[in-house]
Each structure stands twice: as structure tokens, then as C-alpha cells.
Design a binder for this molecule. Structure first.
Ligand code: NAD
Length: 246
């Protein structure tokens, strides 16, 4: 992994200073420094051996047909109770509080941006912190209904199956979340893309709506947008954003 050059940081700092409508678009790599594995890094979930790839287990079909097995994987690999926001989450929250950043569009489902204090967080893939009964709709906030139970969690009112309010593979994204994400991205003067392999669609397609001045990519590995970006920093996003002054 190359070192993060002072020159690159300075370029990023200058762009941040110049911009007044920054939007951040991120993914699982934003939370790896908090201890949550991503899917596609070397030590990510794809590199670990399961009977099925994560994409299969975290799909609508798998959830409906093998709910118990889904929950086994989900509790083991996707639910993290003790995690805390890292320097990236915190800096983005600071930038929003200072009025410079207007929205975070995230593929993450861990709630760490909100835990850091960010307000306008568009969760394209939902959140593990929200759950609901598929039968009566009763909502269960927080992780307790998942971590405090075993097997398939059931509704205390009607006995229906509870599911997380996350978008599984094969499922559609929420319309109003998509609309707000696209609106922010199309108004942005700076788009920072970070910690995402940009291979999950339709989420990754939303960055095409960007028409602003500064496109910045901060990622450990190469992405399809590196060529189009005016700032590309290969490195850990917490380390990079941690050096930015608001
Ligand atoms: P991904 O696993 O496909 O890609 C992660 C990218 O982040 C990789 O390119 C990797 O090189 C980079 N990366 C890892 N650590 C980094 C760091 N510290 N700094 C900078 N870059 C880093 O993730 P994705 O693109 O978000 O797609 C995976 C899907 O799985 C998403 O749809 C997401 O919903 C879900 N997911 C979410 C979480 C979470 O909520 N924390 C975790 C795993 C997967």
C-alpha cells in the first residue's frame, strides 16, 4: 500500500475549502477501521470460506427459503454491537456541522454515520438497527431483537417472522431514499467517493448524477472512477480524512 502523500492531502484540503455542497458516497470500507469487515478486501467476507458466497446468503431468495441459515450468518458476520465510529465518520459529521457537507449517501447498514452525529444520511441499503415483523409490521428498533434471540426472531405480538430493514440482493431500493440521494449528488460541487468497490448496482450508478467541480476517490484499491477523478488517494479513509481540517 502506497503512502498517503502530503501533496494529495493538500489537494483534498484545498478542494474541501473551496466547496460548499460536499456529498460523500461510501461503502463498507468506511467501517473497516471500526472493525467491521467489508465484502471484497483480502480479509473481507468473500475471502473467507463459506458454503455460499455472502451475496447468495444475503439475498431475498435465501432469506425466504433458509431463514434460519440466513440468521446464523447474519448474526455472526453482519451484526456488530461494540463498534464505534472512526475518524472518517467523525470528520464527515464535523464537515456537515460546519455547513460544508450536505449529505452522506451510504451503502452501509451499520448506523455508524448517525452514531458519529451525521444527520442527512441516506442509507441506500437500509439499516441493521431497524427490524420489522413481516406479518403485522410491528417495528423493532436496535439490535436487541437479533442479538437477544436465537434462530429466527419472531414477533412478540403475532408470532410473525422478523426481518431486518435492509435491502437484500434481488430487492429494490427505497424510492424516496434514492430520490434524495440523486438530488444531493446532482447539486453537489464536490463528491467524495470512499471505501467502496463500486460494483454493487444500482447504488454505484448514482454517482453518474454528479456534475460538480471536484471528484475525489479515497480507496485502498483501484476503482472504476479513478480515471475520472481529479483527486485519487489510495489509503485508509480514516487516516486520510482524519488529516483534513474543517
Ligand atoms: P466492498 O466490500 O465491495 O468494497 C469495499 C472497498 O473498500 C474495497 O474496494 C476496499 O479496497 C476498500 N476499503 C476497505 N477498507 C478501507 C479503508 N479503511 N479505507 C479505504 N478503503 C477501504 O463494499 P461495498 O462497495 O460497500 O459493497 C458491499 C455491499 O455490502 C454494500 O452493498 C453494503 O451494503 C454491504 N456491506 C455493508 C457493511 C457495513 O455496513 N459496514 C459491511 C460489509 C458489507
Amino acid at each position: 500500500m502506497g503512502e498517503i502523500s502530503n501533496e494529495a492531502i493538500q489537494k483534498l484540503q484545498n478542494a474541501v475549502n473551496e466547496s460548499n455542497y460536499i456529498v460523500f458516497f461510501g461503502g463498507a470500507g468506511v467501517s473497516t477501521e471500526s472493525g467491521i469487515p467489508d465484502f471484497r478486501s483480502q480479509d473481507g467476507l468473500y475471502a473467507q470460506k463459506y458454503k455460499y458466497p455472502p451475496e447468495t446468503i444475503v439475498s431475498h431468495t435465501f432469506f425466504m427459503r433458509r431463514t434460519e441459515e440466513f440468521y446464523e450468518f447474519y448474526r455472526d458476520k453482519m451484526i456488530f454491537e461494540e463498534v464505534k465510529p472512526n475518524a472518517a465518520h467523525k470528520k464527515l459529521a464535523e464537515l456537515e456541522a460546519a455547513g460544508k457537507l450536505k449529505a452522506i449517501v451510504t451503502q452501509n447498514i451499520d448506523g455508524l454515520h448517525q452514531a458519529a452525529g451525521s444527520k442527512e444520511v441516506l442509507e441506500l441499503h437500509g439499516s441493521t438497527l431497524r427490524n420489522y415483523c413481516m406479518n403485522c409490521g410491528k417495528r423493532y428498533d436496535g439490535l436487541k431483537i437479533i442479538t437477544g434471540t436465537t434462530g429466527v426472531p419472531k414477533c412478540e405480538d403475532c408470532g410473525g417472522t422478523i426481518r431486518p430493514d435492509v435491502v437484500l440482493y434481488e430487492e429494490g431500493l427505497d424510492n424516496s431514499v434514492m430520490r434524495r440521494a440523486v438530488e444531493h449528488i446532482s447539486k453537489a460541487d464536490m463528491l467524495i467517493i470512499g471505501g467502496t468497490s463500486l460494483v454493487v448496482y444500482p447504488a454505484a450508478g448514482f454517482i453518474d448524477y454528479f456534475r460538480g467541480k471536484h471528484l475525489c476517490v479515497i480507496n485502498m484499491s483501484e476503482t472504476s472512477r479513478d480515471k475520472a477523478a481529479d483527486i485519487v488517494i489510495k489509503g485508509k479513509i480514516g487516516e486520510v480524512l482524519g488529516q483534513i481540517t474543517v
